[in-house]
Design a binder for this molecule. Structure first.
Ligand SMILES: C[S@@+](CC[C@H](N)C(=O)[O-])C[C@H]1O[C@@H](n2cnc3c(N)ncnc32)[C@H](O)[C@@H]1O
Length: 333
């Protein structure tokens, strides 16, 4: 039987980074939460393990979430639709395929089954598996030129459907998904990659872009989770501003080499490091543990870690985890 794995190509997908991510997963935890699920590389990798955890998944992309729901709960009808689409598309010449692709792209299905079938069809036949929408939220990636794209992969979809059975999934902002975490749960955050330069390609997953205010919101959210005793792992851009955002909180920061799986420019597909941020030292510190050897390896300022306050520490749990209100930072130049 095929093991669960992502059924979509997804910009920023973490397939390449899996060994480093799996190493950073806590040895034991309650539920698994992934508020920026995208293609779900880590979720599906964890679903291959013998002990499967209940999961709470979220993403701001409504069509992506509808697709997950249909894969989980309406697989047989989805398979029939995709089989028809695959036959129709592959039976045409190059020009006919392009015309069919643009017809599909222009549709706005009302029902969830239609949304999911179109979403998977476009994902498999568009240029480079990219996902990009314009300001009005309309998908605008051009046609790709694959010789025989696998529009229907029944085994992969079946394995994904089984993996999703114990998962709750909703279209919502990352803060709403994170709010469900309880002490001992594990939250993995993989937000849109903060561009390393103004010229580097950026993928627009939803009509609202993820800006610097969102990065600050994410840091505050992670502080709050840490204060509640929730395990957190974040993968993000190693941009100096992102490093600066986390280096003074007692978090463990680690740079790992990764390759960008999807980039609109072939030249942009080289090795780009990824930053991993974990709150393991802070949770260990709270338990009066051993501390965190090697923690804050990237820290450049030598500032002291300031463990978050929490109800367990005698704080009121409502204060910002890092003590004084955080100064608002300028967006990266
Ligand atoms: C880097 S991708 C995640 C990739 C995923 N880890 C994988 O393995 O494929 C980031 C995801 O965040 C979603 N997103 C963007 N803004 C969001 C927000 N404010 N709240 C929740 N999800 C958001 C995007 O739709 C996208 O799917």
């Amino acid at each position: 039987m095929v093991l669960p794995r992502p059924f979509l190509k997804w910009a920023g997908g973490k397939q390449q980074l899996l060994p480093a991510l799996l190493e950073a997963v806590p040895a034991s935890y309650g539920r698994y939460l992934e508020p920026f699920v995208g293609g779900g590389a880590l979720f599906f990798a964890l679903a291959q393990r013998p002990l499967v955890h209940a999961a709470v998944l979220g993403d701001a992309n409504a069509e992506l979430v509808a697709t997950y729901e249909v894969v989980r709960s309406d697989l047989a009808r989805l398979v029939r639709r995709l089989r028809r689409l695959e036959r129709e598309y592959l039976g045409r010449d190059a020009e006919g395929r392009a015309a069919f692709y643009y017809e599909m792209r222009a549709l706005s299905p009302r029902d969830r089954l239609g949304v999911a079938a179109r979403f998977i069809f476009l994902n498999k036949t568009c240029y480079n598996g990219l996902y990009r929408v314009n300001r009005r939220g309309l998908f605008n990636v051009p046609h790709g030129r694959y010789r025989a794209p696998r529009i229907l992969d029944e085994e992969v979809l079946g394995a994904a459907s089984r993996a999703l059975a114990p998962a709750e999934i909703a279209c919502r902002d990352f803060e709403a998904t994170s709010a469900e975490a309880e002490v001992g749960d594990f939250v993995y955050f993989d937000p849109p990659f903060h561009p390393l330069s103004v010229t580097s390609s950026f993928t627009q997953y939803t009509s609202a872009s993820f800006d610097w205010t969102d990065q600050e919101r994410l840091r505050a959210c992670i502080d709050g989770l840490t204060a509640r005793g929730v395990h957190v792992l974040l993968s993000d851009s190693p941009h100096p501003r992102i490093v600066e955002l986390y280096e003074d909180g007692g978090y463990e920061l680690r740079r790992v080499p990764a390759r960008r799986a999807i980039n609109s420019k072939a030249g942009g597909r080289g090795a780009i490091d990824e930053l991993l941020v974990s709150n393991a030292p802070l949770l260990e510190g709270r338990r009066g543990g051993r501390g965190a050897p090697g923690a804050r390896a990237l820290s450049r300022r030598g500032s002291r870690p300031r463990p978050p306050r929490s109800p367990l520490d005698g704080g009121d749990g409502a204060a910002p985890a890092t003590g004084a209100p955080r100064r608002r930072r300028e967006p990266p130049r």
